[in-house]
Design a protein around this ligand. Structure first.
Ligand code: MLT
Length: 412
């Protein structure tokens, strides 16, 4: 009889965003007259069309596949050299970071990469996650057997939680205990908080002290406008020895439907065997890709490369400016109601403190039922998210204006 991976049975709830979609569908079915009014500011899914540079690249790549001369079959599993070179140059070397082309690994997005990273790490690692947290970091560790059972309140036994609170601006310091792996996400999902250079330096120093591997999720780096805020962990000296970084084209180029992202795995990043030998993770990550994937499709790789052209860069800036302007509108609407909020200045998410007396799923229900606005309840991101909710700025300008007005139901 085939056995299942019983770690999946420990998962205490469905994945957050399908759960929200299920509740919204239930509301729409029960109130068909209100269904067309629903505005979705829950999942961070882009609404604006792809850049023209990308559309042109996609058309040209499809035409390549229609000719014998330019046809492409299997490519290198980790991405075509010209794409990796454009990324390494455009995102890192042009900004003074020492990242080689062959340290870039193209994929279908940072969510699968964050999950796949666990395949090259051993079992028995002590794992630290932020709280509130992008649920993928927790759920994939549960699935991989890196936790004990679910505890009261939604946490899992065995994980080290790093609390984010108004007191620390939702940026946790390294823990006092030693952990083997720590997830960091800046600009942060869900709070929109950004880490200062000094805060990231403290994490890199901690990782060197304890042999910790940092899994740094920089999916939202294109939203950073403050030049003092680091956009990559590799801006911090010593990070090449301790960190892997995940990047996404979903939120800068609008690729949520096209699917492409990449991981940076420096050759100087080492892990330890049970006998204490130090082994470069790059070797394992390359081997994992060669065996488990044939990489990203030719049209999508060409689309990714288009984002590094002058035209593509201008269009990414315009797209991210557009969503940041939405975030600014949401912030001022929330503040106008006398509610405290974080994020939304170097990030596309606004993190709002619930009106007094409301739990986060109650705020979700109130906004859905009375205003037909979908937000993400903070409790879905962990126990420290209780009492807060996230509004996504990924929407049309008209919907954001409408949302700003409808948020008035929070005022009572
Ligand atoms: C979010 O809304 O947190 C993200 O869009 C979800 C994701 O990227 O998986």
């Amino acid at each position: 009889m085939a056995r299942i991976n019983e770690h999946f049975l420990k998962l205490s709830a469905g994945y957050l965003f399908p759960e929200i979609a299920r509740r919204v569908q239930g509301f729409a079915a029960a109130h068909p007259a209100l269904a067309p009014r629903i505005i979705r500011c829950g999942i961070g899914d882009v609404t604006e069309p792809l850049p023209h540079a990308t559309i042109k690249a996609l058309h040209a790549a499809v035409d390549d596949l229609a000719t014998h001369e330019r046809f492409k079959g299997y490519g290198p599993a980790t991405g075509h050299e010209f794409v990796r070179a454009a990324i390494a140059q455009g995102d890192f070397r042009s900004r003074g970071m020492d990242i080689a082309d062959d340290e870039i690994f193209l994929s279908d997005g940072s969510k699968p990469d964050a999950s796949a990273a666990l395949e090259i790490l051993g079992s028995g690692n002590r794992i630290a996650v932020p709280d509130p947290v992008y649920p993928v970091y927790v759920d994939t560790n549960v699935m991989a057997g890196n936790t004990g059972p679910a505890l009261e309140g939604g946490r899992y036994q065995g994980l080290a939680y790093l609390p984010g609170t108004p007191g620390n601006g939702f940026v946790a310091d390294p823990p006092t205990e030693a952990v083997d792996v720590a997830y960091l996400c800046f600009p942060n999902n869900p709070t929109g908080a950004v880490a200062t250079r000094a805060q990231l330096e403290a994490w890199v120093a901690y990782a060197h002290r304890h042999g910790t591997i940092l899994l740094f999720d920089a999916a939202y780096e294109a939203y950073v406008r403050d030049p003092a805020v680091p956009r990559s962990i590799y801006e911090i000296p010593g990070a090449r020895e301790v960190a892997m970084e995940f990047r996404s084209f979903s939120k800068n180029g609008g690729f949520t439907g096209l699917r492409c992202g990449y991981t940076v795995c420096p050759k100087s990043l080492m892990g330890t065997t049970s006998t204490g030998d130090r082994v470069p993770l790059h070797r394992l990550w390359s081997r994992r890709w060669a065996t488990c994937s044939n990489g990203v499709s030719w049209p999508v790789q060409c689309a990714a490369a288009s984002l590094y052209t002058d035209e593509g860069q201008r269009e990414v800036k315009a797209l991210t400016d557009f969503y940041l302007a939405n975030a600014a509108l949401l912030r001022s609407a929330v503040q106008g109601l006398g509610l405290r909020c974080w994020g939304g200045t170097n990030a596309p998410y606004v993190w709002v403190e619930c009106p007094e007396g409301l739990l986060s799923w109650q705020a979700f229900d109130l906004l859905l039922e009375k205003a037909q606005v979908v937000i993400t309840p903070g409790a879905g991101f962990g126990s420290c998210g209780e009492g807060f909710f996230r509004i996504s700025a990924f929407n049309s300008r008209a919907n954001i204006h409408e949302t700003c007005e409808r948020l008035a139901v929070l005022a009572g």
